[in-house]
Design a protein around this ligand. Structure first.
Ligand code: FES
Length: 129
């Protein structure tokens, strides 16, 4: 059965933003979904302005499905420039909304993208206490 992807999902799948790696990242993570087997790596660079920690750069590599690529791509565009505190409150629903929705069996792909974001921030905070 063909899945109904929105124009935005297809655009981020075919032209992913912020895909790749960051040399000397401030933090790195790799997360996976055990059910579908898809994985996502995320690289974070943080800068400090006026005592606020800001996401300067965020890149990803996907080892997964079209929605995995698409949701990670959209998420990077939404959180680069945010403070870590703002990014920690970021929800998968914001990715879904901006993509114009996902087929129900693909919602977990957006959850995985947010898991990667939360985990890379956690790794950053653990190593910068
Ligand atoms: Fe699992 Fe997309 S099918 S991340």
């Amino acid at each position: 059965m063909a899945l109904n992807y929105t124009k935005e999902v297809m655009d981020h799948f075919l032209n992913p933003r912020n895909i790749g790696t960051i040399e000397n990242p401030d933090a790195y993570t790799e997360v996976g979904n055990p059910t579908c087997g898809d994985m996502l790596s995320m690289y974070l660079k943080v800068k400090e302005i006026d005592n606020k920690k800001i996401i300067e750069d965020l890149k990803f590599l996907s080892f997964g499905c079209a929605s995995n690529i698409s949701t990670a791509s959209m998420l990077t565009t939404q959180v680069i420039g945010k403070t870590l505190e703002e990014a920690k409150a970021f929800s998968f629903k914001e990715v879904m909304d901006e993509l114009g929705g996902l087929p129900s069996q693909k919602i977990h792909c957006s959850v995985l993208a947010v898991e990667a974001l939360q985990d890379v921030i956690k790794k950053y905070e653990e190593s910068n206490k």
